[in-house]
Design a binder for this molecule. Structure first.
Ligand code: PLP
Length: 429
């Protein structure tokens, strides 16, 4: 498509956009009497207007039934997590038996590592990307130490080459090959949180399997952003949070995927809790743990109904929109942001702003990461003051994520205008 950096073009795109109706289903923050330009769905998604109704419905059930709500509520609490499964399975491309919502992301990854990182003296290494999200890095560090290995030896980080920002997949494949006899696991972010780079999860999973290792992914930045086919890609396990693109509210429950080839193996080591126990016999209070088959067999505790009610409100919106439709819009919207950004930035020479996210649409989701070369964090602060909610990651990157669910082409155009006036008045200190 030929883009134009004009209001009329942007508004024309919005009129043709069948997903534009979903924008009105979310609350946009109003800060200093100004409705902000919100590009931070990759950090905390916006509040669905319907969430209150979903929560109030459960508050009413609680008032009406007390403890009996576990069985008598319209959506009985004892099985409430099950109503989140169909939409979650659709988003990650899984069978319903392969998915469950529970706990939070880092907790879930540790629980999955109990089952899927069982190193031996000879096979104990983990390949991951350099500069992982800190929580994932702490996960790897403490897991390898827990098994008596040294992080320096056991964690193989694949970094961008000198002078580059992105990790070349060929370098990950080479690392897999180099360490093939000692490799236990390949563990990566499906979409890198810092650069927005989308990895070929199918290819990397295949490469891990070819050398006898397993493959797992942190999908915090992938779920609800790009379509996934975890089952068909033969991914062994994955986990995600629901408060970023999924708009599930801050700190809400996460989700896990366990491929059926493992999920149905109830002999697989794991940590147990009563919610993962055979649900027909859960309330018999027996002594011996008998895991359910499927991802549900990794659950520990009964579930937080209020949080899950919020998540349900958002997943219902996702199902109505459809992840393939969202991706189709997202490809256009992100390309439009790239176009507008480059168009404005090329008019100025007082500052160097560089997009480090891959330029190929199939190698990224909706996030564009901008490196502030000729300036510092004060530029980001000025952007915030001008009504753009983006985020800053140390040392020098601003992340902008136009989400297809609630961002418009007009948002992108207006962002460009804000950027333009900021650059026009910008003086190096
Ligand atoms: C957001 C994010 C997390 C956050 O983990 P929590 O356990 O939900 O606090 C972890 N890893 C990645 C890659 C993330 O993007």
């Amino acid at each position: 498509m030929i883009f134009e950096n004009s209001l009329s073009f942007a508004q024309q795109q919005d009129r043709q956009d069948e997903l534009s109706v979903f924008r009105d289903k979310f609350h946009f923050p109003i800060i200093n009497d100004q409705r902000v330009l919100y590009f931070t769905g990759n950090s905390l998604g916006l509040a669905p207007k319907s969430a209150k109704e979903y929560v109030n419905a459960e508050m009413d059930e609680w008032a009406k039934w007390g403890v009996e709500g576990h069985f008598e509520a319209k959506n009985p609490w004892v099985s409430y997590h099950e109503i989140l499964t169909p939409a979650s399975a659709e988003l990650v491309g899984a069978n319903e038996s392969e998915v469950v919502c529970m706990n939070s992301l880092t907790t879930n990854l540790h629980l999955l590592f109990v089952s899927f990182y069982q190193p031996s003296q000879h096979r104990y290494k983990i390949i991951s990307e350099a500069k992982m999200f800190p929580s994932d890095r702490y996960l790897l560090e403490t897991q390898v130490k827990h098994h008596g290995f040294s992080p320096d030896d056991a964690i193989i980080e694949v970094a961008p080459r000198e002078g580059e920002h992105l990790i070349r997949e060929e370098d990950i494949l080479a690392a897999i090959d180099n360490h093939k006899d000692e490799l236990a696991l390949v563990f990566l972010g499906g979409v890198n949180y810092f650069t927005g780079q989308l990895f070929d999860m199918e290819k990397l999973t295949q490469a891990a399997h070819d050398v006898g290792a397993l493959a797992g992914f942190d999908l915090a930045h992938a779920v609800g952003n790009v379509p996934l086919q975890l089952h068909d890609w033969h991914v062994d396990f994955a986990a995600w949070c629901t408060y970023k693109y999924l708009n599930g509210s801050a700190g809400n429950v996460g989700g896990i995927f366990v491929h059926d080839k493992h999920g149905n193996n109830t002999e697989l080591p794991r940590f147990g809790g009563w919610w993962g126990h055979n649900k027909e016999r859960r309330f018999l209070m027996e002594n011996t743990f008998e895991p359910m088959s499927g991802a549900e067999g990794w659950q520990l505790s009964n579930v937080p109904i209020m949080g899950m009610a919020v998540l349900k409100s958002s997943l219902d919106i996702f199902q109505a929109a459809g992840i393939e439709n969202l991706r189709a819009k997202s490809l256009q919207l992100t390309a439009y942001l790239e176009f507008v950004f480059n168009d404005i930035v090329s008019q100025f020479s007082n500052i160097e702003l560089e997009i480090i996210t891959p330029t190929e649409p199939e190698k990224r989701g909706c996030q564009l990461s901008v490196k502030l070369v000729g300036t510092d964090k004060s530029f980001f602060k000025a952007l915030t003051e001008a009504g753009v909610i983006a985020d800053f990651r140390e040392p020098d990157v601003v992340r902008l994520a136009p989400t297809p669910l609630y961002n418009s082409f007009e948002d992108v155009y207006l962002f460009g205008q804000t950027l333009k006036s900021l650059l026009a008045g910008w003086q190096d200190e």
